[in-house]
Design a protein around this ligand. Structure first.
Ligand code: A3P
Length: 309
């Protein structure tokens, strides 16, 4: 592995004061710690056909979709007052492919939880995920808010102030495609192309749509995963109870999410909850930045019909 790492292109982010080095593995940028788990997952992971993969680029709504999917899939076992989501951060409830293969295998063996989360791009998923025809949920978000969210997440994880870490430099690097699992547009296009070939197996959700209408999107998610809400459940307001449970207001105010740390990687839970606002980019972008990113994304997504602005 060490030999392989040495052969990968590397990029140390100037804005991070040299604290972040991305490695280009296959066609995406990742970290040295993650590349080991990613390689292992690709080599050894055997997907079960019942597996449901929650896929995303970082900072696009992963935490939210994982919470909703977990609450939906486990609702016969737990209700909104007993769910583990109240006492554990969701990243401890839904295991991550590139970090927690043992837990995923255990869950499959016991048929306890079909959910697996990953940031891997579609072409880099373990072959068995595609061969087993597993269902895939993909969440994406407008690129400008992702850039801002990505910057603050890494900045806080590295204990850097905004003065220490110039946003303009982070923006330029993102535009060059250098971000966690980036280029961001390639990540989306990979899943989008696959969804055209296998529309019944890949569900696209947009962060902004989820914000506008959590109820109908939670319903869509439940149906797609094979856990539809019954008419009685709908009447009893179960969908709304789940969306309220998983809302930013509720999740970000739970003690565990204010104070705890993640089992793997040691990141503080509170960093997964910042503002959850649409359009926060307006606070950070100059007109030139807006024009540059809009032009770039128009070029990259030309013909897909996807809107990331
Ligand atoms: P901001 O940084 O814009 O606030 P991810 O989960 O993919 O890492 O994405 C993190 C982003 O989703 C952050 O955005 C975070 O605040 C927001 N987020 C986390 N939980 C959320 C929830 N329950 N509802 C809406 N947004 C949420």
């Amino acid at each position: 592995m060490e030999e392989m790492l040495k052969t990968l292109p590397q990029h140390t982010c100037s804005w991070s004061k040299g604290k972040i080095t991305f490695y280009k593995y296959q066609n995406y940028w990742t970290s040295q710690q993650l590349v080991v788990g990613e390689h292992l997952a690709q080599q050894t992971f055997k997907a079960e056909p019942t597996g449901i993969f929650l896929c995303s680029s970082p900072k696009t709504g992963t935490t939210w979709v994982k919470s909703l999917a977990f609450a939906i899939v486990t609702r016969q076992k737990f209700d909104v007052s007993t769910t583990p989501l109240l006492t554990k951060n969701v990243h401890e409830c839904v295991p991550i492919l590139e970090r927690e293969l043992d837990i995923i295998e255990e869950n499959h063996k016991n048929s306890s939880l079909p959910l697996v989360a990953t940031h891997l791009p579609y072409p880099s998923l373990p072959e068995s995920v595609i061969a087993s025809n597993c269902k895939i949920v993909y969440v994406y978000r407008n690129i400008k808010d992702v850039i801002v969210s990505h910057y603050h997440f890494l900045r806080k994880a590295l204990n850097l102030t905004c003065e220490d870490a110039p946003f303009e430099e982070a923006f330029e690097e993102f535009c060059q495609g250098i971000s966690g699992y980036g280029p961001y547009w390639d990540h989306i296009i990979g899943y989008w192309k696959a969804s055209l070939e296998r529309p019944d197996r890949i569900l696209f959700l947009k962060y902004e749509d989820l914000k506008k209408d959590p109820t109908s999107n939670a319903k869509k998610l439940a149906e797609f995963m094979g856990y539809p809400f019954s008419a009685e459940e709908e009447k009893a307001g179960v969908i709304e109870k789940i969306t309220t449970l998983c809302s930013f207001e509720n999740m970000s105010n739970l003690e565990v999410n204010k104070t705890g740390s993640i089992r793997v990687g040691g990141l503080e839970n509170k960093h997964y909850f910042r503002k959850a606002e649409d359009g926060d980019w307006r606070t950070y972008f100059t007109n030139e930045m807006k024009e540059k990113i809009d032009k770039l994304i128009d070029e990259k997504l030309n013909g897909t019909g996807l809107i990331l602005k």
